[in-house]
Design a protein around this ligand. Sequence first.
Ligand SMILES: Cc1ncc(COP(=O)(O)O)c(C=O)c1O
Length: 410
Amino acid sequence: MKYNFDKVIDRTGTNCSKWDLRKEVFGIEDVLPMWVADTDFEAPKEVTEAMKKRLEHGIYGYTYRPETFNKSIINWMKKRHGWDIEDEWIIFSPGVVPALSIAINTFTHPGDRVIIQTPIYPPFQSIVEENGRIRIDNELVLIDGRYYMDIDKLNEQIKIANSSFTNNTPNENREFDQRIKLLLFCNPHNPTGRVWTKEELLKIGEICLENDILIVSDEIHSDIIYKGHKHIPIASLSKELEQNTITCIAPSKTFSLAGLSTSAVIIPNKKIRDLFTNTLNKLAIGGGNIFGNIALEAAYNYGEDWLEEFLVYLEGNLNYLMKYFEERIPKIKPIQPEATYLVWLDCKELGLEGKELVDFYVNEAKVGVNPGFTFGESGSSFVRLNIGCPRSVLEEGLNRIEKAVKRLNE
Ligand SMILES: Cc1ncc(COP(=O)(O)O)c(C=O)c1O
């Protein structure tokens, strides 16, 4: 391997959320942090070099994104995901969550309904609620260790929600008609690790088209896919879906760049794009920053070799974890992820849930995990573990969990 993913790098003292906020988040300092979704790996050296070169200039005044910025996104989407996108479809956003929030604020009104598919990355819930919209939770179903969408239920939920209001028809000013207007979609899905198949995407896409529901597809994890699976941008499946979808991407999860607040939104539909841009302009948050711009471009232009090695290393971590749980901690059942470095652990057999389960991980095992209940009610006997770390750190984490489970059973 050209890159050394085994290297343990001390991240403490860098205002790093994952390591430096342990006391604030878990109540104790002495936990191995395997929570927030970033990795403990160095970004590709091409990215660091590009930023260093600019850093050395010494003046960091106002900047803009050159043509090559969008070009790097266009090439990456084509090369990695087989989707041909056009320059004008691309809009900068200072993050994917901000983009989701802008979409909610632009295309729905207070009181409107927004579909999310729980268990789900917590901001999907909070941005709907904090903006005064109403959540429709279309629960995923767990069958033989794999999560699926409940399409029948979704049809029913749409019918019920939309039939309870008289003013149902989309109209010019759509205000307060309170229909379901938007699906906040996650592909690949966090925390279940599902990479939705073409058939699944076509099905949900069709429902949205039939019911005039805008799809906002968060594809931030789409570059981190395990062997045997293929990410398909939902918008790439047909012209109709392309015109009805806002796709959010970023190099942040993949290349250790989350602190640079740089992402991109792809909106082929001009009317939708103009409205989205209008909100971005009203909020005056479309500027971006020098280093985010440079890092995105360098990652997409030169990061592919690094990514291929990263995926091999990560798959090694995942295989190690799956075997470890099966052989040594069989009471905890990891849901096999098809993407992401996040593993959703089914802990039902421990007999603990909610806060008690988190307490067990934090205070008994001394491993900092994301509490399952924050992903939705159905997550209360689960936790999310981040395996984006050197193998030795993963080993240590699993060791600690194994010992704590043994003590629990004594
Ligand atoms: C599905 C998903 N979307 C968005 C984000 C955060 O994106 P950003 O930092 O660009 O707002 C995360 C981070 O964990 C995530 O898992």
